[in-house]
Ligand binder design. Sequence first.
Ligand code: DGL
Length: 284
Amino acid sequence: MTKPAGSRAEQHRPRVLMFDSGVGGLSITTCIHDMIPTAGLGYLADNACFPYGDQPEPVVVGRCVQLITAALEVFPADVVVVACNTASTVTLPALRAALRVPVVGVVPAIKPAAAVSGNRRIGLLATPATIRRPYLDQLIAEFAADCTVVRVGHGALVQWIEAWVAGQPLPLDDLARVLAPLARAEVDTVVLGCTHYPLIRETLQSALPGVAHWVDSGAAIARRTVHLLQATAADWPSGEPAMGGAYPLEVALFTGSAPPQIEHYLASIGLPSERLVPHWHGNN
Ligand code: DGL
C-alpha cells in the first residue's frame, strides 16, 4: 500500500545528529542508518579544527559544546552521537550538562575485544590523544587485565583516510610500517579505536591477514541510539522502511571546506545528502 503524504512515519521521523572532527563519524552513521533506516540523520564535522588529536582538550570541549548546541538549532534531533573517540573521552560531561537531549559517546571497544580474543593479545589502533587518555587505562584495567594490549597511536592515519575519502590513494607502505608492531606482537584481535578506521577496514584486513577479529563500536553505538530513540520518541516508526524520496542524510555541515568529492563518497556508502553546507559556523 502506498504511504500517504504526511503519514505517521513522516510526522514522527526520529532524528539523530552525528558529530565528528572529520569524515570518520560516517562509519557510525552507516551503522545507525542500517539499523534505523527511518531516521533522519544530520552530520556535523568540525573539519576546520581537524584533527582533534592535535588540539588542547579545552579547545575540543569548547568547540563541541558550541557547535553541537548551534547545530541542534538548525537540525533539532532526538539524540546526539559524538562519533569521535578523541572528543568523547573529554567532552561528554560538558555536553550532557549543556544539552537537553541524550548524548551517546564512543569509546574504544576494549571490552568486546577482550571477550573474543583467543590468544589474549589485543592490538589497539587509535589517535595519539586517545592512546594517552587515562580513560583508556581504566577500560583496559577493567575489561582486559589478563590481556597484553599493544597500543599504536598514529597521528597521520586519520589524515590519510580523509585524503582517501577525497579520492587519493592510501600510502600502503607507510600503513604497513604503522601496523608492524601489531604484526610482531601476533595479536589475534584489533580494536579500531578511531571512527575513521572502519572506513578502510578492508585495507587494514589485507595488511594484517593474521588477525582474526576486527572490533569497532559502530553496532553497539547504533543499538544504544535505537534504545534512546525508543525512550525519547516512544511512537517512532520502528521497522517501517525508509520513506520514498527522503535522504538518509538531511544535512551535512562542515566548519571548513567540504571535503573534495564528498557527495560522491556519501552516495557510495548509502548516505546521499540533501544539503551540504561548507564553512558552517552555527548561524546558517
Ligand atoms: N574520528 C576521530 C576519532 O574517532 C578522529 C580523531 C581526530 O580528529 O584526531 O578519534
